[in-house]
Design a protein around this ligand. Structure first.
Ligand code: UDP
Length: 354
């Protein structure tokens, strides 16, 4: 069950699109039969996708903590879960990656066990509450990306830490000799703090190569006029094209304003041999080895970013690639996910009795 905020392949789903893609590839390679369920217009290699019509959900990161749960008319989210209800008997397990209230609320009514992968930290109280109930009533069914993400929830100790994604390292080329540019990868939306990466580029006189989906047009317009001449916008690229540009950069800048649950972009950059300079906030603190594969700097400090850029000569790019190979391979991640799934299928009886 994919995200309900955008079609797979659109970029609107952010990191979960890579998570879904790599999970599907790896589970298929292991011989599992997979049915993807996603909004109309979704594409993922040659996987079969149940294309579900309906209106998209609003992204949770644009909402306030006290907001009520909202759904549009003819919601794609509800339509996806109606589909799941009809076909559930054919499957051993349902994997849910949507950061939405409805799948958690519906969990007790499903006979097939549901593995919920939560891709962001706490954002909306009403959703936290529903997730918390599932965490207690369906032990082991909640997976998250990182410890710092889990810590944003009251049910932290009930979460299984799984990382954000594993990578097919063959897709990412190691580049020993980069140009002088810096990279920024991700959705162009205020919580990603692009203005700080631009300010650091401006201060150092290096060009920031920006890749990603524009999610907040007004925000992007403002940054474009404020930082004209400091950046090159390359568009939203597929992984193959994106890794080529990232690999040619001296570092990836990650400047999140929120608790980044993981940061798939961090491990993708490392796979190209690119050090990661990130605010010491959220998932990147569990990925970047400070001083070895990048730098963790004081959150919201552009001066800290500038200082770290000045120290990039201390980083051995091969150590970055090596970390990706050792810690973020698709097969190692697949082992973790498969054993999580196995644990839920074994205890599946509990769901039927609920
Ligand atoms: N991405 C991409 N093309 C681009 C820029 C970004 O495919 O031009 C992908 C990138 O590979 C990563 C995702 O966008 O998988 C961003 O994920 P991340 O976990 O860093 O952040 P999120 O958007 O989930 O908050």
């Amino acid at each position: 069950m994919s995200t309900s905020v955008g079609a797979l392949g659109s970029g609107l789903g952010g990191g979960v699109e890579l998570t879904v893609k790599n999970l599907a590839i790896e589970m298929h390679r292991r011989g599992h039969e997979i049915q993807l369920v996603a909004p109309v217009g979704s594409e993922l290699l040659d996987f079969l996708i149940a294309q579900i019509p309906g209106n998209l959900q609003t992204t949770a990161q644009t909402q306030e903590i006290s907001d009520p749960i909202a759904m549009p008319a003819d919601p794609v989210l509800a339509n996806m879960w109606s589909h799941a209800r009809h076909v559930q008997a054919k499957y051993d397990l349902i994997f849910n990656i949507a950061y939405d209230w409805l799948p958690f609320y519906l969990t007790p009514w499903f006979q097939t066990p549901i593995a919920h992968f939560i891709s962001m930290g706490s954002l909306i109280s009403a959703l936290d509450q529903e997730m918390g109930k599932v965490a207690i009533d369906f032990p082991g069914s909640i997976g998250v990306c990182s410890r710092t993400q889990a810590a944003t929830f009251e049910f932290a100790e009930h979460c299984r830490i799984l990382g954000g994604a594993g990578l097919d390292l063959g897709v990412y080329e190691y580049r020993a000799n980069p140009s002088n540019a810096l990279a920024f990868l991700g959705r162009i939306s205020p919580e990603k703090g692009l203005e700080d990466a631009l300010a650091a580029a401006k201060a150092t006189g290096l060009i920031l190569k920006i890749m990603g989906k524009v999610q907040d047009e007004a925000y992007w317009q403002r940054l474009q006029s404020e930082y004209a001449g400091c950046f090159e916008y390359c568009g939203f690229l597929d992984t193959a094209a994106m890794q080529q540009i990232v690999g040619d950069c001296r570092a990836l800048l990650m400047t999140p304003r929120w608790v980044e649950a993981f940061g798939n972009v961090a491990i993708e950059a490392l796979a190209c041999g690119v050090p990661v300079i990130s605010y010491a906030r959220g998932g990147p603190t569990e990925i970047v080895r400070d001083g070895v594969t990048g730098f963790l700097v004081e959150p919201d400090s552009v001066a800290g970013l500038v200082k770290a850029i000045g120290r990039l000569g201390e980083i051995d790019r091969s150590a970055c690639r090596q970390q990706a190979e050792q810690e973020y391979s698709l097969s190692a991640w697949g082992d973790q996910i498969e054993s999580w799934f196995d644990s839920l299928i074994v205890t599946g009886e509990k769901y039927i009795d609920y």
